[in-house]
Ligand binder design. Structure first.
Ligand code: ATP
Ligand code: MG
Length: 588
């Protein structure tokens, strides 16, 4: 196909959009691929839509190849199915809810488990109908708290979502593996540098779940890797707890004066000075942090988290662990309700043995501790009195936590939970997420089939998502440079940008002829036939990011044109008669 730039609906911009935080956002807007309609909501212009459609084609081909069948559900959905699974409420503020003229509650679909489950329930009734995998490529809606980075986190975005239906666990495992393999092929074809990491199932419920992350410094997700092959989203890392210790061996509780010790480091200094029989570090202290937790029904409750004082609570790990509940700061007005809590000196127990947090405590505040806080470990912690700390506070003797909450920050060099070596941290963009949902949705919505013995069994399901519009940005993120976009050949809107420079009509005619010949050979060619200066045309070609650029200009008088590779920056002169075959060779 040959398109002339003079007639293409596009304008490149000289300036970055004010809200652009990352290169993909900046260049996709400046190169005229997308335009913002509202925060987190974008219109696609011809160039952008071509890339989006190429991504869709790759996704569609690989889904078809594993036997998944394409369907399309509405985006505008009734409330009832989501009510039945609890997600009408659990989705919280992220769900776009609306009412029709009769006052019926509706929503804009954030994901479609409910609708697919009900459709299969409607049409199928026997194990003979299974296994079944269905997918759609469709617009999703989520009122994200922080839409950002253009297409990377939108409020309206394109997702490929698929759902597998099997009669037993072995079937689910096979469907999951087929999707996992298809995803590897999709992200390889998209040219992304990606990792597969263990993930949190989150509000989806279910058991096994993995994410496909594009490795990128600008990614919102942090993941860890070990030399022995462990890989997990940092949210999913579960520290392997040390063995419990005998409580009898723990020292007695002892009160220590810690005047003016405003930080853990200052407390540690005092302990090393006043109790020099051993060395104290921040890791010997127990820090107790309070949060106000809001459940999906709107009710709130206090939560205390106990963790080694040398580590912070990682708020993203906390959010993932508590989802669908949400944690906020425990403010002065919250503390006012619990006079037993002395800010800066909070302890699960007081010197006289009064329990303040956790089991049998007067405050009844739920107390969840880091997995390192196992029975028999003893800690330096606050004394529930100003300027005083306690040492020898022993888990399982002086206090009992209500459970374990693994939300402390994970650090470079921490041991991998499976013993496969020290962890290293990196960042990535979540491109895909695969879940073994199990029977949660089928149970909630009553999807059962007759098995081979004529017995009704609940179907087991998987759910699988690819961020299609996000992929356009992730690819741009990985391939753009300081001059603009730079697409890989299979995704570029046009493989070749043909730039005619100067005013000589012979140049424009020859450029058009080359363009026609390339187009006849099956390439998509964008011909810059505008009456603009060469500088403007070259800059636009760089911003727009077609991988191959041919410049027809003054050299034509000597029978040569310039052939540029946008990706490597290479330029060389090529005889006019050879340019078509040279370009074709470069696209193979
Ligand atoms: P995230 O953790 O990034 O919010 P998620 O875990 O909520 O994503 P899923 O429900 O697993 O996302 O959705 C499947 C895929 O859809 C994700 O892997 C991601 O690629 C894409 N996606 C999710 N939310 C957005 C969004 N707001 N904008 C663009 N793409 C998104
Ligand atoms: Mg996800």
């Amino acid at each position: 196909m040959l398109t002339s730039l003079s007639s293409l609906f596009v304008r490149t911009l000289r300036d970055d959009p004010a809200d652009a935080e990352v290169p993909s956002h900046r260049w996709l807007v400046r190169a005229g691929y997308i335009r913002r309609a509202a925060p987190g909501i974008y219109s696609w212009l011809p160039l952008g839509l071509k890339v989006l459609q190429k991504v869709e084609t790759i996704v569609r081909e690989e889904m078809d190849a594993i036997g998944a069948q394409e369907v399309r559900f509405p985006a505008l959905l009734p409330r009832e199915p989501y009510e039945e699974t609890g997600r009408w409420t659990e989705y919280g503020e992220t769900l776009f809810r609306l009412q029709d003229r009769k006052g019926a509650d509706m929503l804009l679909g954030p994901t479609h488990e409910e609708m697919f489950t009900l459709m299969v329930k409607d049409l199928y009734s026997s194990y003979k109908d299974l296994p079944l995998s269905l997918y759609q490529i469709q617009t999703k809606y989520r009122d994200e708290a922080r839409p950002r980075a253009g297409l990377l986190r939108g409020r309206e975005f394109v997702m490929k979502d698929s759902y597998s239906f099997d009669v037993d666990d072995a079937g689910l495992e096979a469907s999951y593996q087929a999707h996992r393999d298809a995803y590897r092929r999709i992200f390889t074809r998209l040219g992304l540098d990606f990792v597969i990491v263990s993930a949190m199932a989150g509000a989806m419920g279910g058991s096994r779940s993995e994410e496909f992350l594009a490795v990128a410094d600008n990614g919102e997700d942090t993941f860890v890797r070990s030399p022995g092959g462990y890989a997990a989203n940092v949210e999913a890392v579960r520290f392997a707890p040390p063995p419990a210790l005998p409580v009898e061996d723990a020292p007695a509780m002892e009160l220590v004066d810690t005047p003016d010790a405003g930080t853990i480091a200052a407390v540690v200094d005092i302990l090393n000075r006043d109790l020099p029989a051993r060395t104290w570090t921040g890791a010997d202290t127990l820090k107790n942090v309070l949060f106000k937790v809001t459940d999906p029904d709107g009710s709130t409750r206090p939560l205390a988290v106990g963790l080694p004082g040398d580590r912070e609570v990682d708020l993203k790990r906390l959010a993932a662990a508590l989802e669908p509940a949400v944690a906020d700061v425990f403010g002065p007005e919250d503390f006012a309700k619990y006079p037993q809590l002395v800010v800066g000196f909070i302890s699960p127990v007081s010197l006289d043995g009064t329990r303040v947090l956790g089991k049998e405590s007067a405050t009844k505040i739920e107390y969840l501790v880091d997995p390192r806080v196992v029975t028999g470990t003893h800690w330096a912690t606050g004394a529930n009195e100003k300027d005083r700390h306690l040492v020898g506070v022993t888990a399982g003797r002086d206090f009992d936590a209500d459970g374990v909450l693994d939300v402390a920050e994970v650090r470079e060099g921490d041991p991998a939970p499976d013993g496969s070596g020290p962890l290293s941290l990196a960042r990535g963009i979540e491109m895909g997420h695969i879940f073994q949902l199990g029977r949660k949705y089928a149970e909630a919505l009553g999807l059962k089939v007759l098995d081979s013995n004529g017995k009704l069994v609940t179907v087991t399901m998987g759910s699988y998502g690819v961020g299609v519009s996000r992929a356009v940005a992730a690819i741009a993120e990985e391939t753009s440079d300081d001059k603009g976009l730079c697409w890989p050949l299979p995704l570029a809107p046009y493989q070749v940008q043909l730039v005619a420079t100067g005013k000589d009509s012979a140049v424009f005619e020859e450029a058009a002829r080359i363009g026609q010949e390339l187009s006849a050979s099956g390439l998509d060619v964008l011909l810059d036939d505008r009456k603009a200066s060469p500088g403007v045309k070259f800059a636009d070609a760089e911003i727009m990011g077609m991988p191959l650029i041919v410049v027809v200009g003054r050299g034509l008088a000597n029978g040569v044109v310039e052939f540029r590779d946008r990706r490597s920056g290479d330029r060389r002169e090529v005889a006019v008669g050879d340019i078509v075959s040279e370009v074709l060779a470069a696209t193979r």
